[in-house]
Write a protein that binds this ligand. Structure first.
Ligand SMILES: C[S@@+](CC[C@H](N)C(=O)[O-])C[C@H]1O[C@@H](n2cnc3c(N)ncnc32)[C@H](O)[C@@H]1O
Length: 307
């Protein structure tokens, strides 16, 4: 099994750390790759590392144990960022929040986790194995209309209705139980040249629905504002346009004093800006990084600072 390579490590160190004695939240601890680099490079920094995947926390805890009480591990969903940090850890304010919302290589490579269309396994795709909603439930129980919406909205899939129809027709014969069975249905709809792209998009869309990823991201962004010290930063690395749009719009809205619709002549919203956008343009990995780690290719980073 390949081990995960952290993405845009130098950029994370440069943008996230504004106080070398600070406390930072790594909201997507994963294998602990980013946290390890932060702890190695800044001797007085402390980290609260959150992940909802217990396997990830286990790996990270081994990697980071030498840092003793400079790292606190928390199993939970970053949708509950504020309560995890304040109630579980007992820290009121932090100096930065990092979210790297992709997939760990290990879960992609493990057929039992059901994320991969290349390796046959149960239709699962949950980050948190305790949660009720699996890919099996989405694929076998959701209406045709809802499936088409998910493929279109979360995967930018062009033939979303066509794919949803094929899935519903196949599951009438017998439930679709594995990633291989689902992949076969999708493969039968496209010429060989278009198969991989469509498989990627459909699997991504189902994963986003299974883990309610976009709502979790919105909640984490809002709650970051509550727990950040002024001058502290939110650094988000995302891997598809739907997530990046959420981050971009959130930062743009929070960087404005008034968010009334343009046709209203006098401000009624009373909104006051809370963030300064640090990265006017999205930051992408260098060509050198992509050459060494092709999985980094779709990564996009945005950074904002609490005022
Ligand atoms: C790309 S990996 C992080 C890799 C890590 N930055 C590193 O360098 O090793 C993303 C991690 O986020 C976790 N994750 C995704 N959504 C989450 C959520 N809503 N709450 C908590 N963890 C989440 C996944 O379980 C996964 O371990």
């Amino acid at each position: 099994m390949r081990s995960h390579r952290s993405v845009m490590v130098n950029e994370v160190l440069r943008y996230l750390i504004t106080n070398e004695d600070g406390i930072y939240v790594d909201g997507t601890l994963g294998d602990g790759g980013h946290s390890l680099e932060i702890l190695k490079n800044f001797d007085n920094v402390k980290i609260i590392g959150i992940d909802e995947d217990y396997d990830a926390l286990n790996t990270a805890s081994k990697k980071l144990s030498l840092f003793g009480n400079r790292i606190t591990l928390v199993c939970g969903n970053f949708a509950n960022l504020e309560s995890l940090v304040r109630e579980e850890v007992g820290i009121m304010y932090v100096n930065g929040v990092l979210l790297d919302i992709g997939l760990r290589q290990e879960v992609v490579d493990d057929p039992e986790r059901g994320f991969s269309f290349l390796r046959d396994g149960p239709l699962d795709m949950r980050f948190d194995k305790r949660s009720q909603r699996t890919a099996y439930i989405v694929v076998n129980r959701y209406s045709q209309k809802r499936l088409a919406e998910i493929f279109k909205n979360y995967g930018d899939v062009k033939k979303s209705r066509h794919i949803a129809e094929a899935i519903v027709s196949a599951r009438k014969r017998s439930p679709i139980a594995t990633t291989g069975e689902l992949a076969q249905i999708i493969k039968s709809l496209f010429p060989p040249s278009a198969v991989k792209k469509n498989l990627q998009k459909v699997f991504q869309a189902i994963r986003i629905e299974v883990n309610d990823e976009l709502n979790a991201l919105k909640s984490a962004l809002e709650q970051s504002l509550e727990i950040l010290e002024p001058g502290g930063r939110i650094v988000v690395i995302s891997y598809h346009s739907g997530e990046d749009r959420i981050v971009k719009n959130f930062f743009a809205t929070e960087a404005k004093d008034c968010i009334c619709p343009p046709e209203i002549p006098v401000c009624r919203c009373g909104h006051r800006r809370t963030l300064k956008v640090i990265t006017r343009k999205v930051v992408r990995p260098t060509d050198d990084e992509i050459a060494k780690n092709p999985s980094a290719k779709s990564a996009r980073m945005r950074v904002a600072e609490k005022i």
